[in-house]
Design a protein around this ligand. Structure first.
Ligand code: GAL
Length: 659
């Protein structure tokens, strides 16, 4: 823990990041922002403090995100991320005590809808440094009785968004809020008092615990993931031979990092600089995950500057960021090791760099992602990474001088421009993300009789829910977040069908078009690469292996082939499918069966498709014979074609449940 690792980064191999093999496919790829830094036009404790801040700059219109949210949603989506972390501005939602601004609430609700529709999962922060003036006037976090007001706001937002937002951060960086606001005086209310800082620290932890407990009790509370976001600063002794430097490092580490983490772990909290610890009701275990915001390490001496204007000391080989502290990716691993004993999932809720000309950021991203990937490989439960930030924004006391964005913002014109680092991040995310799932769900169950003659098979209930829900659930467990469902000509049966956490698009036809015709007709909605599934088959295979193979081979179609099936419908040799025949009399030498899940490049649909009714498998497979990559996987698939098979699949789910 106390070893100060420094790597020779010039010899590090980043190829896995680019090839998409460094992270599991369920990894959360995110970008983060905070309301006050981007929205513009906020009136709160910060806007009141800004004239007295170090830079004296006013946040003003910021990125004008409040007005430009539709455009910004596209920017988020273009980064190929799966998650977006934002904060909800309390002063907008409740500008006067007890008066709710319905328009503002709707704005956040629409933001969430906009994200979900794009297959991006929202993560909402309930306190990110700002609070309404009416509450600040009452003493903010200095008065314990004020906590109840904040909880009312949290509950209000959870009531509105809880069914759609599954990730919640209670308080962002309580140690930064306390230190900057009440010890260093750099943030509002600009105070320098250890005594007042202790009270605030205590109340922040009380507020976090109360918020967690209150939301957990609400509808959707149990399924929600609610956690604290903790900034971890690594402190190292400047001179490693000097016991006083060690002591200082240890002291700062305790005040800034450990006491807060211990609080969550043990339920007792000893605020920084306090001698006594106190039990806080509900604090123990009050985090479903721990959010780690990591930026740097600091070298400790008893004479460290307490003014932000003075450059911190750094190691001679280290590179300073525009914030003057060094880039030190190795510290991210040390942060993971520090929070690991909480035994809860770890999420990097912020990591990024102030870098005006974007010459450092690409390397910053590579290093921190590599460290994260290694930690996962070593068995640490790191679930996601949110880059700070989506776009350049109002950097608190530093105003607009520091640029943290993946998009450059021109504050005069409000024009956003993707930086090279943004392109890199988007490429890495894309290489690791699962493609769109396309489900052929229009088929009728003619052989099933009764209801299935009029209702698509994929909507028949198996084990308490439609087959389609089982299929989507599996796809989701594999990291897919976006599905196109081809509903055939009976599309109205799918009205109102949803699946929590996935963006669904439905495409209907006016007349039956067959499997090929259905794909051809939906081609505008197909992504460049997609996973093709049959709506009446449940095929629980590992998508990662399949997709990796497809990408490695730059294949047009990669088909899952099983060799353990009673009859065979294809021939595969040297990793390629060379013949396909689903008729009765097929050649003796056939040695495989198409198991269902395949990966397809959209070009195949464009190049071989045609108008009218046609069969995908009978048209495309023969044409691409010898080019289709075979992914051998003998996992059983379950189809529901006949009443017999339907009952087998029921048994299968039954067994799964009792396991
Ligand atoms: C964090 C904070 C963010 C952002 C970032 C960059 O402490 O949560 O709002 O400003 O630092 O310095």
């Amino acid at each position: 823990m106390w070893a100060e690792e420094h790597r020779d980064w010039s010899t590090v191999d980043y190829s896995k990041l680019i090839s998409g093999e460094a992270f599991p496919s369920t990894f959360m790829w995110g970008v983060a922002t905070a309301a006050h830094q981007i929205e513009g036009g906020n009136v709160n404790n910060w806007s009141a403090f800004e004239p007295h801040s170090k830079s004296g700059q006013l946040s003003g219109l910021a990125c004008d995100h409040f007005a430009r949210v539709d455009q910004d949603l596209e920017l988020i989506s273009n980064l190929n991320v799966s998650h977006y972390r934002f904060s909800i501005e309390w002063s907008r939602v409740e500008p006067e005590q007890g008066k709710w601004n319905q328009e503002a609430i709707k704005w956040y609700s629409d933001l969430v809808d906009g994200l979900v529709a794009r297959g991006i999962q929202p993560m909402a922060t309930l306190h990110h440094f700002t609070q309404p003036l009416w509450w600040e006037d009452k003493g903010g976090f200095e008065a314990e009785e004020n906590i109840a007001n904040w909880i009312t706001f949290c509950k209000k937002m959870f009531e509105v968004l809880g069914s759609r937002v599954k990730w919640w951060c209670t308080i962002n960086e309580p140690a930064v809020f306390t230190t900057m606001g009440y010890i260093l005086g750099e943030f509002p209310p600009g105070i320098r008092s250890f005594k007042r800082a202790r009270t605030v620290a205590l109340n922040l932890m009380r507020a976090h615990a109360q918020c967690y407990r209150a939301l957990k009790k609400m509808p959707c509370g149990k399924e929600a993931n609610i956690g604290l976001v903790k900034n971890i600063n690594i402190f190292d002794p400047y001179r490693r031979w000097n016991p006083i430097h060690w002591l200082q490092a240890k002291l700062l580490d305790e005040m800034f990092n450990r006491c807060w983490l211990k609080g969550i772990k043990k339920g007792r909290f000893r605020p920084p600089s306090s001698l006594i610890s106190r039990k806080i009701t509900g604090l123990k275990g009050s985090s479903d995950f721990i959010g780690v915001n990591y930026y740097t390490h600091l070298l400790a001496t008893p004479f460290m500057p307490t003014k932000v204007e003075i450059d911190p000391i750094i190691r001679p080989w280290e590179e300073r960021t525009d914030f003057r502290y060094p880039m030190y990716a190795e510290g991210l691993r040390r942060s993971f090791d520090m929070v690991e004993n909480l035994n809860i999932p770890i999420i990097v809720t912020e990591n990024g760099v102030a870098d005006d000309d974007d010459d450092m950021r690409p390397e910053h991203i590579r290093r921190h992602l590599l460290i994260t990937a290694e930690a996962i490989e070593d068995g640490l439960d790191v679930r996601g990474f949110y880059h700070w930030s989506l776009m350049d924004n109002f950097e608190w006391a530093e105003g607009y001088d520091l640029r943290f964005g993946l998009y450059h913002v021109n504050y005069e014109t409000q024009e956003r421009k993707l930086k090279e680092s943004g392109e890199l991040y988007a490429d890495i995310a894309k290489a690791h993300r699962m493609p769109q799932v396309v489900i052929l769900a229009g088929g009728l169950g003619t052989r099933l009789g009764g209801i299935a003659e009029k209702v698509p098979k994929s909507l028949i209930e198996v084990d308490g829910k439609p087959m389609l829900s089982h299929i989507l659930e599996w796809a989701q467990s594999q990291g897919c977040m976006d599905a196109l469902i081809l509903t055939g000509h009976l599309g109205e049966h799918f009205d109102g069908f949803t699946h929590q956490g996935m963006a669904l698009n439905f495409h209907r036809e006016t007349e039956p078009l067959g499997t090929g015709g259905a794909l051809w007709h939906a081609k505008e909605h197909l992504q460049d690469e997609f996973i093709l599934l049959w709506g009446d088959d449940f095929h629980p295979i590992d998508y990662n292996k399949l997709v990796s193979l497809h990408r490695r081979e730059s294949s047009k179609i990669t088909m899952t082939v099983t060799e353990s099936h009673e009859d065979m419908n294809l021939l595969h040799q040297d990793g390629r499918v060379t013949a396909y025949d689903k008729s009765e009399n097929k050649p003796e030498n056939f040695n495989g069966y198409e198991a269902g899940t395949s990966v397809v490049d959209k070009q195949v649909v464009e190049n071989y498709g045609k108008e009218g009714k046609w069969s995908w498998e009978e048209t495309v497979y023969p044409k691409l014979s010898g080019e289709i990559v075979a992914h051998i996987d003998d996992t059983a698939f379950w189809d529901m074609g006949t009443p017999e098979k339907l009952s087998q699949i029921k048994d299968f789910f039954d067994k799964g449940r009792s396991r």
